[in-house]
Ligand binder design. Structure first.
Ligand code: ARG
Ligand code: ZN
Length: 844
């Protein structure tokens, strides 16, 4: 059954208050609700309906008199009074048997919840929709020493606790946690002087992995006050780490619940990349308190209203506390790898979708990451000052409301006087625009001719031109900048922009800082790219020039059997040895386009990508890089070793990234000797894991595999790394066998989403291994998706996107994939989640 945005109707009632009592028991938890309803004067006439799924109804009453509601598949209906009334029910649920990890479930003996998007209906009967907001009071009865819910604690005693949340909220922000937990405490004083108690709650044994998260939380709270003027609004803020969690984390009001992999950190067990990600996710969930919770979404089609904005805010935060250019480059790498891939395949959908079957399938890179790009473009178009005024107006006008993208854009129109009608197309039209550009120079006038075109996407054949902010700069051939960054506002299908008074033909730097999520198409020479890599003042475009050089060279290697491009190797070496450049930037510049990126590039050029040939070209190029830089690499490696105590900050992270990039290349020359020394002496996980990866890559990883496991078998998050790295670094011909063998390891379990992703997800992230011509990779993934679906539909559906690129490949592979898609689709009782995903991927 498909839900449409156009069918939105307000709910029949308003909810004045909700009182919930939980009597916890693994197999028979009782949930007693008391809900005060009042007719909604603004709603169309409709029968009274409450959502409810998998609930055993014990009793129901209205104003104290027992009633017998009509139960349906998805909830209940009942005759209700015309005026206000008090609705009471008691239901029974079984959290211990809840393997879907949605609603109330158990993880390692701890009770926890995940309600977004529609999990609350598995807890009790309720209007489970984001536009129904109410004030919740929760009483938890259980033997567990720690009993948590949203809001402020109001009472606590032997075997019970009571919580009251004064801020109206939709049910998806409800949370409950109960278990044997330890707190890492903290405190924060808001800018207006209110003291807030902070806690990170973990299972015993994890208490030494909370300090970093706590500091990240405080930094986020301060940043939101300073940059957005947003203060925290409760007496307490709790974070809980949970091992079994479908996603990264959840912003429940005052009680954020985190996948333990997204909050627990220590130098010995976490990499620099883990630290950066944890800091960003803590910020993200905290920032939701205003963009998501105080102002929420009217319906789930508006998901990008909170997610796009909050991702944008967390990226601003990371840019401020670390390096802005490095963060931008990292974000664009991810955007292209995940969102462009989605936008150019069968799962393409608008940032604000217009229909869905299962909303959980729309927590996508398009809604999140492209959604964030739209905020960034809006800010570029209106300027920083107007952006700040618009945001102030947004918070002032919509606090306490459930809003739409129309509300959001109206705030910008009112604050700036701009018409955003055309900008709105970014929310409605799927697909990545191709922006092609040619240039011309005559009589001191330089002209850029742009044209935009978006290919059709499923259900959307016609695309209208969008407004595209194109940041450009112009350089003289001597390296001087003649035009500093200027934003061109493109609104037509084709449009030209001229620059006068130039003495010589300039070299253009186009789409600086990646000012719009488009694919820039421009025929340029290698010489020009090498020039920009050496001279551009925009760090993003410097990196981009190097990336384009690498990509072109790789494509020639793949298609024509060309040798690695010496111009590229020279240009890269010049960057690598330039000590005036940020080491983190140099490490990024030394990275190569991914296998998937190259496959899409080849496909866009009209070729059928061969995963094995792509992998081989990358190997050959890495070997050539190693040889070309053989004198530089030991110097770089030695120069960026760190003597000081470990800190996960931008400076040390950059130094380690560069040293480890050098180590990876060095290993191809010394057979892993240096990597083995680093492995043996590593004092932190960044060094240990990098060395282990090098050893695996050069085929010398056997001893480290045993040693690593023995050292870390007690730590599930580290063992996830052990699972995934062996697959990521396996020879593609062996990747499927390695994966299969690991699924037979006693520590493998499909019930833990992290472990499942570390294993099967690692295979799908390794294209040459997954797309093995025999189809063994497809069959192995399909076997596991079929097994996991009855237990955990959400994680199963998510992993189906491994097949989303199938139309790129040759007829043989397409046939093999199609057979697996059909095999999964014909499985009896397939979940709605997985059926929708596979249906869309397979197409008609
Ligand atoms: N709102 C959460 C976040 O972005 C994600 C929750 C996703 N949950 C889901 N079932 N799809 O931080
Ligand atoms: Zn979010």
């Amino acid at each position: 059954q498909t839900i449409h945005l156009a069918d939105y109707a307000a709910y029949s009632h308003l909810v004045d208050s909700v009182h919930l009592t939980f009597r916890l028991s693994p197999d028979a938890t009782r949930v007693i609700s008391r809900i005060v309803f009042r007719p909604n004067p603004d709603a169309p006439a409709q029968p009274f309906f409450l959502h409810g799924e998998g609930l055993r109804l014990i009793s129901a009453s209205i104003d104290g008199a027992p009633v017998t509601p009509t139960l349906t598949e998805t909830g209940l209906t009942c005759d209700v009074p015309d005026g206000p009334f008090v609705w009471e029910t008691e239901v029974e649920i079984a959290p211990a048997g809840n393997t879907a990890l949605e609603g109330l479930y158990m993880s390692n003996g701890m009770y926890c919840t995940q309600c977004e998007a529609e999990g609350f209906r598995k807890i009790t009967y309720y209007p489970d929709r984001p536009d129904v907001m109410s004030i919740f009071t929760v009483r938890i009865e259980g033997a567990e020493p720690v009993l948590l819910s949203n809001g402020n604690p109001v009472a606590q005693g032997a075997g019970f606790a009571e919580w009251h949340d004064p801020w109206p909220k939709p049910a998806y922000l409800f949370a409950l946690v109960a278990g044997e937990l330890l707190a890492h405490p903290g405190e924060f004083t808001t800018q207006s002087g209110r003291k807030v108690t902070l806690n990170i709650w973990v299972r015993p044994g994890d208490e030494d992995k909370c300090a970093f998260g706590m500091e990240a939380l405080k930094a986020s709270m301060r940043w939101d006050e300073q940059v957005y003027g947003r203060e925290y609004d409760l007496d307490i803020f709790n974070i809980v780490a949970v091992d079994d969690f479908n996603m990264g984390a959840m912003e429940n009001k005052g009680l954020n619940i985190f996948n333990s992999s997204c909050v627990l950190a220590s130098p010995e067990t976490s990499t620099d990349a883990n630290f950066e990600r944890i800091e960003a996710i803590i910020a993200h969930e905290y920032f939701h308190n205003w963009t998501g919770n105080r102002i929420t979404c009217r319906d789930w089609f508006q998901l990008c209203l909170k997610e796009g904005l909050t991702v944008y805010r967390d990226s601003q935060f990371t840019s401020d506390v670390r390096s802005a250019p490095v963060k931008r480059i990292e974000d664009v790498i991810q955007l292209r790898a995940r969102q462009f891939r989605e936008d150019n395949g069968p799962l393409a959908h608008p940032v604000r979708p217009e229909s869905f079957v299962e909303i959980n399938n729309f927590y996508t890179a398009t809604v999140y990451e492209k959604g964030a790009e739209l905020i960034g473009m809006l800010k570029t178009l209106v300027g920083d000052a107007d952006y700040a005024r618009a945001l102030d107006l947004y918070f002032e006008r919509h606090d306490g409301q459930a809003c739409t993208i129309e509300d959001w854009l109206k705030v910008f129109e009112d604050a700036t006087g701009r018409d955003l009608g055309q900008f709105k197309r970014w929310y409605a039209q799927a697909g990545t625009p191709r922006l092609s550009v040619t240039d011309e120079f005559a009589d001191g006038r330089y002209t850029l001719h742009f044209s935009q075109q978006t290919p059709p996407t499923p259900g959307q054949d016609q695309k209208d031109p969008r407004v595209i902010p194109i940041a450009v700069g112009l350089l003289n051939p001597n390296g001087d900048e003649v035009l500093p960054t200027t934003v061109l506002e493109m609104t037509q299908a084709s449009q030209s922009f001229s620059f006068d008074g130039l003495a010589t033909r300039p070299i253009p730097s186009i789409l600086r800082n990646f000012s719009a999520p488009v694919i820039l198409e421009r025929a340029t020479s290698n010489a020009e790219r090498a020039f920009l890599l050496a001279h551009d003042t925009d760090p993003f475009n410097r990196w981009e020039a190097g990336r384009a050089l690498a990509r072109d060279g790789l494509i020639r290697m793949i298609l024509e059997g060309a040798a690695p491009d010496t111009a590229f190797l020279e240009a890269l070496q010049a960057v690598a040895r330039d000590d005036s450049l940020d080491p983190a930037f140099r490490a990024l510049a030394m990275g190569l386009p991914s296998q998937d990126d190259l496959a899409q590039t080849l496909f866009d050029m009209g070729h059928t990508p061969d995963p094995q040939a792509i992998w081989q070209a990358l190997e050959t190029l890495k070997q050539a890089m190693a040889q070309h830089m053989q004198d530089l690499l030991p110097r770089l490696y030695a120069q960026y070793q760190i003597e000081e105590a470990y800190r996960p900050d931008a400076t040390q992270t950059g130094a380690r990234a560069l040293a480890n990039t050098a180590l990876a290349l060095l290993s191809r020359l010394d057979g892993g000797a240096q990597a083995q020394r680093q492995y043996d002496s590593a004092g932190n996980m960044t060094q240990q894991l990098a060395a282990y990866g090098c050893l695996l890559t050069v085929g010398k990883g056997t001893a480290a595999t045993t040693a690593f496991y023995e050292q870390w078998k007690h730590d599930r998050l580290v063992i996830d790394k052990w699972f995934s790295l062996q697959i990521a670094c396996a020879d593609p011909a062996e990747a499927v066998d390695v994966t299969r063998a690991l699924t037979k390891h006693p520590d493998f379990t499909m019930k833990n989403p992290n472990r499942f992703r570390a294993t099967l997800g690692a295979l799908t992230a390794s294209p040459a291994g997954f797309h093995q011509a025999t189809g063994a990779g497809y069959a192995l993934l399909a076997d596991w998706l079929i097994r996991l679906d009855p237990l955990n539909p959400q994680t199963t559906a998510r992993m189906c996107s491994a097949f989303e690129t199938w139309r790129r490949y040759d007829a043989g592979r397409q046939g093999l994939i199609k057979a697996q898609l059909d095999r999964i689709l014909s499985t009896p009782n397939l979940s709605r989640d997985t059926a929708e995903m596979l249906g869309r991927i397979r197409g008609a």
